[in-house]
Design a protein around this ligand. Structure first.
Ligand SMILES: Nc1nc2c(c(=O)[nH]1)N[C@H]1C(S)=C(S)[C@@H](COP(=O)(O)OP(=O)(O)OC[C@H]3O[C@@H](n4cnc5c(=O)[nH]c(N)nc54)[C@H](O)[C@@H]3O)O[C@H]1N2
Ligand SMILES: Nc1nc2c(c(=O)[nH]1)N[C@H]1C(S)=C(S)[C@@H](COP(=O)(O)OP(=O)(O)OC[C@H]3O[C@@H](n4cnc5c(=O)[nH]c(N)nc54)[C@H](O)[C@@H]3O)O[C@H]1N2
Ligand SMILES: [Mo]
Length: 765
């Protein structure tokens, strides 16, 4: 078995059957086992029943919404329980731990090992030239930060990163602090996540958010799930899909992998899920090639026009198109102009399958399109999503019950953080309102997003990096480049709950500021979050904090602001610190749609933010109409003898946090340094299942990047497409390999060759 140090040897990789269903009783068992291991029985009993309840806390897992009606006694999933166990663990990282482990030693450990050491308990500092982190008081830490920030020659020498778990209150204060200091350098994890969705939706429908509610999903008669693995990453979504199916919906899944959760679902909370065979979810499975989705949407659009021609007036929603859209004529010309052979090559699908999808699409009355990282992390992601929107517009599927766009968000408050102003280029209206509220002058020059921030750090232009949560060193692409960039800073600061690799890739001086998690009691009151469907609601933890030294994220920002901006700054930082109602009063005046925030968020289900296309078919675009867009056919070209690699999540991780080594639904156990390849491709490449290989990525500028000693797993993925886990494969993603417009790293299309490895398989980096 795996030792307590998380080291694994070659003998232990186990590959079993790929599962054809998700959840069921095994999921319940795994939830409880992990919870007991990390928290013990008493804390488990105190926390899990509060998860996603009205009086409890919001799951720090995904952003899937809670039911608006009666909630089940257990309104969470296996992976939500793991997220909670990870945070509410009784294990602790103390000053003695840091005294015993030099940085150089910690750097040899796996991400899994680092996370398993437990919760951070007090502020720590790494001094220039130091080998170990040492304790530091909060006052001294804030003074140190203030000193560095005030010594900058320009406020743009600071970079303030946010991970999407940060509450609305903390996010609002954090952007206020950054802008008070004078910078818009506010990159966030969304830059690596749904930025492409935001960019495409803003351009086409005028607002970068999804247009459906849970009720719409339940009432849909056709749901497309494209580039998403809900069984692992949004398990509660499976219940919604199941409910839609009970109402007669059909489901089309578009994915290079036959993901268990999409095929069949056993609801662990329903009798059928526990005893029976569960619900078959997917009606039509399109095993698409990586990056073939633009071609897929194009193929469907061409077929819709052909079907309309056969039976005029039956497919296109003429009235909607006339009243609410712009650009139909140029779009129609391009949509009809297709090279079927090329579309088949790009998608890897058959004409018959595409016909079937098109017919279902043409006949359905209420269509919801769901997607996640499989669509957003490619070079041509923005045009791909624009094309998906075209399809819905043709059939008038936005702004009516049971229909719409549903980009399924990742981090539990990533959408709320953006609403609160975490963005390097907020609109003028927001900045003007912020200035009026606080009597400040926000900078108007756009700041850096994540990739541009790394480039600036690499050029030596950033002196201070601060991470409000997250794991910047590990979540970002091109690990070696990014770590070297971080090392060029004078000061790096991480506000964290758990130890991670970003604490080891540091500037000359580094601070770890330990903070409260979602599950813990915050003396300043409850916080609020926004889910993937624009519902804003409360979250309140009940557990005793992991240590008496922790401060909440909002309090950390307030104290930092007071230390840095001084008493003369007009922001009421002291008042903000003692009660979050005062923060929400300011939010109500600054953020559109948040009027009367304090009252409305105290309502039973919180409140839903406005969304003009959803609410009234109004499209806040430049023309006041939804835009049909013309997008050239593009798809990844892979040279002979190479594979296209996607970097994705296993069933046992939360982004860079590794819960364990069981990718149960894919049948891969006890190892993460594996690469899944189609058996047919293995034969062609002269490789065999179980062989140890290096993965070498080839970038267009001739540079190569390598990760060593991965095990090959023969796997039923689409031909020519490989898959391996993130973050172990982030070193392969070139910093310059990004999506056009959104600047999102193209983590789902990395051209690689596999070389027999020189060394043996090993799990440690
Ligand atoms: N348990 C758990 N939950 C999570 C997370 C976690 O790590 N663990 N992370 C959270 C976050 S931040 C996010 S953003 C979401 C991520 O949720 P997902 O987007 O589901 O996450 P990935 O593992 O990246 O899976 C991408 C899926 O898209 C498919 N895919 C990849 N490339 C393509 C393509 O070119 N075309 C198509 N059609 N499909 C493709 C993959 O096969 C895979 O099924 O989950 C959130 N929830
Ligand atoms: N190759 C590749 N790269 C990717 C992706 C991919 O699919 N492939 N996905 C991208 C996506 S979608 C995303 S969203 C990013 C994720 O990027 P991040 O959001 O930066 O990464 P996480 O792993 O979610 O962050 C985990 C850390 O957050 C801290 N943390 C946890 N809870 C809290 C809290 O309550 N408060 C604070 N202050 N800290 C907390 C813990 O210390 C933990 O170590 O990664 C991106 N990177
Ligand atoms: Mo994400």
């Amino acid at each position: 078995m795996r030792g307590p140090d998380g080291e694994i040897d070659e003998a232990e990789l186990r590959v079993g059957e790929v599962h054809d269903h998700a959840a069921g009783m095994t999921a319940v068992g795994v939830s409880l086992k992990r919870a007991y291991e990390q928290m013990g029985v008493a804390r488990t009993v105190m926390t899990l029943p509060l998860l996603n309840q009205r009086h409890g806390f919001d799951c720090p897992g995904c952003a899937w919404p809670e039911s608006q009606g009666r909630r089940k006694p257990a309104e969470f999933c296996e992976n939500g329980a793991k997220a909670v166990a990870e945070e509410a663990t009784t294990r602790r990282v103390t000053r003695e731990f840091f005294a015993a482990h030099p940085i150089a030693e910690l750097a040899t450990k796996t991400d899994y090992w680092l996370g398993q050491q437990g919760r951070l308990t007090e502020p720590m500092v790494l001094r220039p030239g130091g080998t170990h982190y040492e304790p530091i008081s909060w006052e001294a830490a804030f003074a140190l930060m203030a000193g560095e920030l005030n010594a900058m020659t320009s406020p743009d020498e600071a970079l303030f990163y946010t991970s999407g778990r940060t509450s609305n209150e903390a996010a609002f204060l954090y952007q206020l602090f950054g802008r008070s200091l004078g910078t818009n350098n506010l990159p966030d994890c969304s830059n690596m996540c749904h930025e492409s969705s935001g960019a495409a939706l803003t351009e086409t429908i005028g607002i970068g958010k999804g247009s459906v509610s849970l009720a719409d999903l339940h009432g849909a008669d056709l749901i497309l799930v494209v580039g998403q693995n809900p069984g692992t990453n949004h398990p509660r979504m499976l219940s919604a899909l199941e409910e839609a199916k009970r109402g007669g919906a059909s489901i089309i899944s578009v994915n290079p992998l036959p993901e268990a959760g999409l095929m069949r679902f056993k609801d662990p909370q329903g009798v059928r899920g526990v005893l029976g065979g569960g619900t078959a979810l997917t009606d039509v499975f399109c095993q698409i090639r990586l990056g073939g989705d633009l071609a897929f949407f194009k193929a469907i659009a061409a077929r819709l026009f052909a079907l309309e021609e056969q039976a005029p007036g039956t497919v296109l929603d003429r009235e909607f198109l006339d009243r609410h859209t712009h650009g139909f004529d140029p779009y129609r010309v391009q949509a009809r102009d297709v090279d079927e052979k090329e579309l088949l090559a790009a998608t890897g699908l058959t004409s018959e399958l595409l016909d079937e999808v098109a017919v279902r699409f043409a006949r359905a009355e209420r269509i919801v399109l769901c997607w996640a990282m499989g669509l957003t992390q490619h070079k041509h992601s923005v045009p791909t999503i624009r094309k998906a929107v075209n399809l819905l517009l043709l059939r008038g599927m936005i702004g009516k019950p049971g229909a719409g766009v549903c980009p399924v968000r990742g981090h539990s408050n990533v959408q709320g953080d953006r609403t609160m102003g975490i963005c390097e280029k907020m609109p003028e209206s927001f900045l003007a309102a912020l200035d009026a509220e606080f009597g400040i002058t926000s900078p108007r020059k756009h700041g850096y997003d994540t990739v541009d921030g790394i480039r600036a750090m690499a050029r030596g232009e950033i002196r201070v990096f601060m991470g409000m949560g997250g794991n910047f060193a590990r979540a970002t692409p091109d690990t070696q480049v990014t770590e070297a960039a971080l090392r060029r800073c004078l000061l790096t600061v991480q506000v964290s709950t758990k130890l991670n690799r970003s604490h080891l890739a540091t500037g000359d001086t580094a601070l770890i500021l330990p903070t409260l998690g979602r599950t813990e009691r915050d003396p300043s009151g409850f916080v609020t979050v926004e889910d993937s469907m624009s519902v804003v609601h409360r979250s309140r933890g009940r557990l005793r904090p992991a240590s008496g030294h922790l401060l909440s994220e909002p309090v950390i920002v307030c104290r930092l602001a007071r230390a840095t901006l001084g008493a003369g700054h007009p922001g009421p930082w002291e008042e903000f610190e003692t009660g979050y109602d005062r923060v929400r009063e300011a939010i109500a005046r600054v953020v559109p749609g948040c009027e009367d925030y304090n009252t409305r968020v105290r309502g039973r289900n919180g409140f839903v933010l406005p969304h003009p296309p959803r609410d009234s078919r109004e499209f806040p675009t430049t023309t006041g109409k939804a835009h049909l867009t013309v997008n050239e056919l593009t798809y990844p070209r892979v040279p002979e003898g190479r594979l296209l690699l996607q970097t994705l999540r296993s069933h046992d991780q939360y982004n860079t946090t590794i819960y364990g080594l069981s990718d149960r639904y894919r049948g891969i156990e006890n190892a993460r340094r594996v690469v899944m390849v189609h058996p047919g491709d293995l034969g062609q490449l002269g490789l065999r299942d179980g062989q140890t290989v290096d993965l070498v990525s080839e970038w267009t500028d001739g540079t190569e990047r390598r990760v060593t000693a991965f095990r090959v797993v023969a796997y039923p993925t689409a031909r020519g497409c490989a898959a391996a886990y993130y973050p172990e494969t982030n070193p392969l993603v070139p910093l310059d390999s990004v999506a056009d417009t959104s600047n999102t790293p193209a983590s789902k299309s990395v051209v690689v060759r596999l070389e027999p490895a020189a060394g043996p398989f090993r799990e440690n980096p």
